[in-house]
Design a protein around this ligand. Structure first.
Ligand SMILES: *Cc1c(COP(=O)(O)O)cnc(C)c1O
Length: 363
């Protein structure tokens, strides 16, 4: 299949993967490095697989700049299971944790954590329809941790300056949909997690990065698969890991390094998002952005048309033009274009061209 036949894939997750990565996986599918088998078929205890998981880890460490006092884990259960594992492992029963809520995912994280431990909402923008990140936070100086979501995938709200927790309170972040989309200062965080299928690979694996001192909090009696310490001590291989998904994220990390790392990736992502937001802002109100400009996501661009019939038609017409995934999340409606790392600037130009033509005909 030629490149020209590939869709302009704006799906929110699973989302687009780099063509080069898919081509390499395809080339290695039947015979991985002379083993005569696919990565899917080999023992996770083999020397060849060990090299796969070790290099995925070391490439990620280099790509993001993760110091040696952090463990990297490749876990299953999606980002959603982290909503449970975090409080189970790192929130002692005698304390509570603070959560900042600026969208559906942060709200879900609170709901799950409450089933396990005491949780406070330190700030929320729910009353305003999740268009921004809360400005006035009420932070508990005794909190076991402060949790936030750097990019709310459904509402298209991204925060670029992480909140500053009170002294001594560790910062945790759900980075599922903007992980490896721009540089971060890892030392500001004690824990980061990201379901891979938004920006870093296929579904089936969740990257969890945790600072070593956090592991001292892990209680001794947790079910083994839910225990960060067991997972970290066993290099994510206490049981059979999601071998192929880890292989795929490893290829994505190598690709990200090859194209210049996170600064170069951020530059392209900014150019892509600016192009689309500009088209929205210059449409004379035919298209209107959801998030307030300061918190507009570079990853998930959410916008509305004058009515739902036009939104329906727009997504349908886009599909005819090979532009896939433009419909917003079923819970909020509207339109959403997810511009993950693998979506090209050319793809976004095509989208903008399409939106202008759609307005000309229907505006
Ligand atoms: C998609 C998403 C989740 C849920 O991820 P799963 O891997 O499907 O559990 C959580 N948080 C954010 C920010 C997301 O985008």
């Amino acid at each position: 299949m030629s490149e020209s036949k590939r869709a302009i894939n704006l799906n929110a997750g699973p989302g687009a993967l780099p063509l080069e990565v898919l081509q390499q996986a395809q080339a290695e599918l039947l015979d991985f490095k002379g083993t005569g088998m696919s990565v899917m078929e080999m023992s996770h205890r083999s020397k060849e697989y060990d090299e796969v998981i070790q290099s995925a880890e070391s490439d990620l460490r280099e790509l993001v700049g993760i110091p040696s006092n952090y463990k990297i884990m490749f876990l299953q259960g999606g980002a959603t299971l982290q909503f449970t594992m975090m409080p189970m492992n790192l929130l002692p029963a005698s304390l509570s944790a603070d959560y900042i809520v600026n969208g559906t995912w942060g709200k879900a994280a609170v709901k799950e954590a409450k089933k396990i431990r005491n949780v406070r909402v330190a700030g929320t923008t729910e009353a305003d329809g999740f268009k921004s990140f809360p400005k006035n936070l009420e932070l508990d100086p005794q909190a076991a941790y402060l949790h936030f979501t750097s990019n709310e995938t459904i509402h298209g709200v991204e925060v670029f300056d992480e909140p500053t927790p009170p002294a001594g309170v560790p910062l945790f972040c759900d980075m599922s949909s903007d992980f490896i989309s721009h540089p971060i200062d890892m030392t500001k965080y004690a824990l980061i997690y990201a379901g891979a299928q938004k920006n870093a690979g296929p579904s089936g694996v969740t990257v969890v990065i945790v600072r070593d001192d956090m592991l001292e909090r892990v209680p001794g009696n947790l079910p083994v698969m839910l225990d960060y310490k067991v997972q970290a001590q066993n290099g994510s291989m206490y049981n059979t890991p999601p071998c192929f998904s880890i292989y795929m994220v490893g290829l994505v990390f190598k690709w990200a390094k090859k194209i210049g790392g996170l600064s170069a990736i951020e530059k392209t992502n900014r150019a892509k998002a600016e192009l689309l937001y500009k088209a929205i802002d210059e449409s004379g109100g035919f298209y209107s952005g959801h998030a307030v400009p300061e918190f507009r996501s570079l990853m998930n661009v959410t916008f509305r048309l004058p009515n739902e019939e036009l939104e329906e038609l727009c997504a349908k017409e886009a599909k005819k033009n090979n532009i896939i995934g433009l419909k917003g999340h079923r819970s909020v409606g509207g339109m959403r274009a997810s511009l993950y790392n693998a979506v090209t600037l050319e793809g976004v130009s095509e989208l903008v061209k399409f939106l202008k033509e759609f307005q000309r005909v229907n505006g």
